[in-house]
Design a protein around this ligand. Sequence first.
Ligand SMILES: [Zn+2]
Length: 123
Amino acid sequence: MTDHGEAGGQTHWRNRLRSTVEALTGELARLESELLSTRAVRANGGDDDEHDPDGIPLSSVLQTLEGQKARALTEIRVAEDALNDLQHGRYGVCRVCSMPIPASRLEIRPATTTCVSCAARAR
Ligand SMILES: [Zn+2]
């Protein structure tokens, strides 16, 4: 990173991360209410076969929703982590190789903690 021309940048990333957290929190609430209503259908005897013969069975709908919820929770934690890093001046540095993460990548994934090549290697 360069000199102290970063103050504006920090605000930019903080805003990006905060809106990421907000969007994910909204998504989480939506998933939770969907999970509740799907479970309610199931509890009322709408079992997998009668639900919709051509549709997706309730059990796999629940599974998908649970998966999405877990992912949203993880992403919220990651974004909050990144906000914490930002506060401590560690934001935008790859956790694996300690190289700066290009701003172009951060624009797409503000909460990312690894550079492109480390992320590719982790897959
Ligand atoms: Zn890296």
